[in-house]
Write a protein that binds this ligand. Structure first.
Ligand SMILES: *[C@@H]1O[C@H](CO)[C@@H](O)[C@H](O)[C@H]1NC(C)=O
Ligand SMILES: *[C@@H]1O[C@H](CO)[C@@H](O)[C@H](O)[C@H]1NC(C)=O
Ligand SMILES: *[C@@H]1O[C@H](CO)[C@@H](O)[C@H](O)[C@H]1NC(C)=O
Ligand SMILES: *[C@@H]1O[C@H](CO)[C@@H](O)[C@H](O)[C@H]1NC(C)=O
Ligand SMILES: *[C@@H]1O[C@H](CO)[C@@H](O)[C@H](O)[C@H]1NC(C)=O
Length: 447
């Protein structure tokens, strides 16, 4: 980056021009001389790299860092004004410069009495208005007081949406599907997601479903998203062919901001659930996008626990000093991995880590990541060999202390979950001591 270019964009200083950045650059050579084995042998170091909050234990001792690397990273965070930026987010400033808007997904799970303002207006009451409406609607559908065109209760739901309107809700559904309370609350009901326009996916999502007992949720902010609207029209056709065009109002609802287009489509605008400009797609799972389909499947009170968990980590992120702040620690370690050590594997969702600064200046260093992973021991049977043989890929291992579905087989030494967990503990050690790979533990203690 030449200084001429920079001067033309007066307000922008690249983080890579700061002293803390240069200090970290110099630090890389030092750390490259040290083997992880030796770092792991320093118990004071290792103990300082464990952080716990609300049932989550983070152990980042297997990262390629000294204790003073963290100090340097905290200084970098200071140079980047990270604390001020976090405060700006929570106070509703327009931190999304490209779209000139606030970034307030944290308001989606704030308690009723909290005040979070966007453009001078407290948005929390609006959030709760929609949550209350969802809670009431979900209860009517689940209790059978809202019925389909032929008088039958609607027990199956297809949620049509793409990107953030699909992935986040699917993740949460996948987790709740095996949770004992989730199972109990979802008894007799099905939730499916349709995202891809491939007609095979449409067929798959409809297999075994009866239009008489199916409710379709169409999720599109603008109600113009091409893939979603094509899939929505396909399902509308499926319903009206079977039950007549007037059935659409009974069998389809919307999550959207454009009531005009919702009505034009044939959906009663009273059955549209709003969300707002300040909700980015990637963060929309806590809005009606996720809360509506998940509440239809599990009931609102189960989903509310999920929202409370999110609110808890929001507070932690907002108020905890960086030394004990799990999201900040993970973020700084990512910067260390990608921009200093040059390990590029890991993209967090779609839009982060592009190749330019917030002011549009091209970055003279790598900032994006590619993420991939596999559940449980499946990864061991696919790509782990490559890592054990020396391909450097930083990784996180996420384990849960207590299984949702414990299995103890007669004659086995340990429970199935303990078998899984011994792999969980063995792999990071094998990677740390044997071959050159860096990883963290994220440990969820679920009560
Ligand atoms: C760990 O430290 C101890 C004591 O300083 C030393 O005896 C041992 O060889 C070290 N182990 C490794 C793997 O470096
Ligand atoms: C603003 O939001 C859009 C859509 O979520 C995203 O693609 C973009 O990266 C954001 N811009 C900034 C500066 O965060
Ligand atoms: C951003 O939006 C605000 C109103 O919310 C407006 O006053 C301001 O001019 C806009 N800034 C840009 C750069 O468009
Ligand atoms: C709804 O969509 C139509 C067509 O794209 C557009 O003209 C209108 O401004 C939109 N309304 C809102 C409230 O976004
Ligand atoms: C680097 O380290 C962090 C902390 O462990 C981890 O979350 C991540 O997987 C790694 N990130 C990258 C980009 O390698």
């Amino acid at each position: 980056m030449s200084h001429e270019t920079k001067n033309s964009m007066a307000s922008s200083t690249l983080i890579s021009d700061t002293e803390p950045w240069k200090d970290l650059k110099g630090h890389v050579e030092e750390i490259k001389k040290t083997h992880l084995r030796d770092l792991m042998n320093d118990s004071t170091r290792c103990k300082s790299m464990i952080v716990e909050f609300d049932g989550i234990l983070l152990d980042y001792s297997r990262q390629r860092i000294y204790q003073d690397t963290m100090e340097k990273l905290f200084r970098l965070a200071e140079a980047a004004h990270l604390k001020q930026k976090i405060d700006k987010m929570f106070s509703g400033e327009h931190i999304n410069i490209t779209e000139n808007r606030s970034v307030l997904h944290v308001a989606l799970r704030a308690p009723r009495d909290k005040v979070i303002c966007s453009d001078g207006k407290n948005v929390v009451p609006d959030v709760w208005k929609v949550l209350d409406k969802i809670s009431e609607f979900a209860e009517r559908v689940r209790s059978g007081s809202w019925v389909g065109a032929t008088g039958k209760a609607l027990k199956d739901v297809i949620s049509v949406g793409i990107g953030g309107s699909f992935l986040g809700p699917l993740f949460v559904h996948t987790a709740l599907q095996t949770d004992p309370e989730g199972i109990e609350c979802a008894r007799g009901r099905q939730l499916r997601f349709l995202a891809n326009v491939d007609p095979v996916d449409v067929a798959r999502s409809l297999t075994g479903l009866n239009p008489e007992t199916t409710l379709v949720v169409v999720v599109s902010k603008t109600f113009t998203t091409a893939e979603t609207m094509l899939n929505a029209r396909t399902l509308r056709e499926w319903i009206s062919t079977a039950l007549g065009p007037q059935a659409v109002a009974k069998h389809m609802v919307a999550v959207s901001t454009n009531l005009t287009l919702v009505e034009k489509f044939g959906i009663d605008p009273n059955n549209a659930f709003a969300f707002w400009d300040w909700v980015g797609g990637r963060y929309s799972v806590c809005s009606a996008v996720g809360v509506l389909p998940l509440s239809l499947q599990y009931g609102f009170s189960v989903v509310q626990k999920f929202l409370k968990g999110a609110a808890s980590i929001d507070d932690h992120f907002h108020l905890t000093p960086f030394e004990k702040n799990i999201p900040v620690l993970l973020g700084l370690l990512s910067v260390w991995n990608v921009s200093f050590l040059g390990y590029p594997a890991r993209v967090s969702m779609e839009s982060n880590g592009k190749g330019v600064s917030i002011d549009g200046v091209p970055l003279p260093f790598e900032a994006g990541e590619i993420d991939f992973g596999e559940p449980g021991t499946n990864g061991q049977h696919s790509f782990y060999q490559l890592i054990h043989q020396g391909r450097v890929i930083p990784c996180d291992f996420i384990g849960v202390v207590k299984s949702q579905q414990p299995v103890y087989l007669k004659g086995e030494m340990v429970s199935n979950h303990d078998e899984l967990m011994s792999n969980f503990f063995a792999q990071p050690d094998a990677l740390a001591y044997g071959k050159v790979v860096y990883c963290t533990f994220l440990f969820l203690i679920l009560h």
